[in-house]
Every structure is written in C-alpha cells, then in structure tokens.
Design a protein around this ligand. Sequence first.
Ligand code: CP
Ligand code: NVA
Length: 323
Amino acid sequence: MNHLLTIGDLEADQIQSILDLSAELEKNPKSVLTGKNIAFVFEKPSLRTKVGTEVAINHLNGNVIPIDADLIFSSGKAVPFTSRESLKDAMMNVSQWCDAVFARVYSHNTLKKMADYGEIPVVNALCDQHHPMQALADLYTMQQKFGKDQKLTITYVGDANNVAFSLIEIGLKLGHTLKFSGPKEYSWKEEQLGYFSLLAVEHGGTFIQTSDPFEAVYETDLVYADTFISMGEEHLYDEKIRHFEPYQVNEKLFSQAKSSAGFLHCLPAHRGVEVTDEVIDHKNSWVYQQAKNRMIVSKGVFATLLTGVKTEIQTNGAVKVPS
Ligand code: CP
Ligand code: NVA
C-alpha cells in the first residue's frame, strides 16, 4: 500500500496483517521508525488520533513533525494574498523532508490531492467520509474481545457518517454481519448501499439497514454509536438533531442486545445525547480500551507503510517481527 486513505485501499489479508503486526509491536516494541519523520497536519481538532498516534510513533523511535494546518491548506482562501502557496507546492516541499503525512481534513478530496501532489505516503486521520484508523482500532478491539475467528453481528446506531462508513467497510471485508439503523433522512446513498452489498457478497458477510433501532440491536454482539453531528456540520444541528432522538443508545435499547454484547464509541461522546451514562459506563462498554487501541494499530500502519516490516506467521501460529 502506498497511502491509507480509506479501508477500501486494503485487502482483508492486509488488514489482518496490520493488526497482527500492531499486536506484536505493542508486545515487543522495536525501533522500526528510527530516522522516519512523520508530518502531522490537522484541519480539525483531535485528541485520540493525534495523541495516540504520536505516542505510537514515539514508541517505535520515529519523529512527529507538527505542521500548522494553515501552511498546507491556505490555498482555498478566497481573499487574494491570504493564501501562502498552493497545496501542490506545500506537499512537494514537505516531501523533501518528511517520510509520510498524517492528515485530518474536512474534505476527502483534499486527501486525494495531497496523495497526488506529494511524493510520500498520506494517511487519513479522518475526513468527512472516512476514518480508517478508527476502523482498524475498532476491529482490533473486537478481535481482543471475541477472537479472530468468530463471525459477529455488529450494529451501528445513528448517523451515516465517516466512522460508520469505515466500520461497515472493515466489518464486511472481514465477513461479519453489519446492521445499520438511523433516520432515513440521513442514511446512505444508493451507490453506497450498492457498495456495501457488493462487499457482503464478495466476503461472505451481510449488510442490513433498518430505521428501527430495536430491530437492529436485537440479539446483536456489539452496539456502536458516534455523534449525531460531526465536525464541520455544526450549522446543521437544529435541522438534524430532532430526527435522531429515537437513536440514542440507552439502557432500554442496549438491553435488546445479547447479554454478553459490548458497546463501542469512537469518542468524543456526547453523554445524554447519542449515548447515556448507563451505557457508556456499563461493564460491557469497551470505549477506553478501544481508545488505547488507536495507539496500538497506528504502530502497525506506520511500520507497514514506512518500513516494509511484515509479520511472519510461524507454523505454531505465533507472530514474529523480524528485527
Ligand atoms: N475518535 C477520534 O478520532 O477521536 P479524536 O477526534 O479525538 O481524534
Ligand atoms: N463523526 C465524528 C467522528 C469524530 C471522531 C466527526 O467526524 O466529527
């Protein structure tokens, strides 16, 4: 892989190999990123993605180079001379010094341009349509809880957003059953539904959409929630929020899932809005472990992209990272 812009960039076996490498590097940290400089450029706020990934890179002895987002993304400004330089020039400059760019942007199109213009790998730290690093951590958490072989039913309740898209993609690629429940006004486009159906057929999973959250959560293995209003669409709050009331994950809804079912949320959570305290603080809520896993899977992603280090599955099933 040259870039990681979407989960669609990865085959199922590459996803598993990133997760296996992440686990191994977490257990036995190695200085595989020595001499590697990774530029961080964030157009939107971040706690988990920024700090978790920076700590991961520190553990592997790499360097994080924070770049002010205005220096990279100013070219879209409407007022003449407030723009410093074109995105192309900025990316070509950063390519002379750094080994990769980790970028959080408003528009997925910006990431595609960054990948086209520069000469170094671009990794998506969240955009309007995708959150691949989150999805890798989500799958890693599920595998910690349920093992790698069990086929799960995973139910996402809420907005058809970036986190949901990447979760559905990764879940279907690994052959799981994905259920989505949200208001029909804020659901998937036909072409996205077609893509999910294709993934399901190709990998032996199932995709089910229903506007009834109780039907979606019934007997599921996992309930997943995210904010109803994503960064960049705060102006839509009044228009959107009234449609989402039935999609709050509260005790009544969560009790429809299997008694062993877990709760995940990418965070930040809005307690009392998309999830209640009772659910996020429930004994089966794994949200902090999920947040820790953001750091762990970043190790596998950057080691794979920048070093070509691979896991070797030994005959006894153990995973070994060549030193
Ligand atoms: N889940 C997630 O991406 O969190 P941040 O926005 O804090 O990075
Ligand atoms: N859907 C949310 C995810 C935050 C991690 C957003 O884009 O704001």
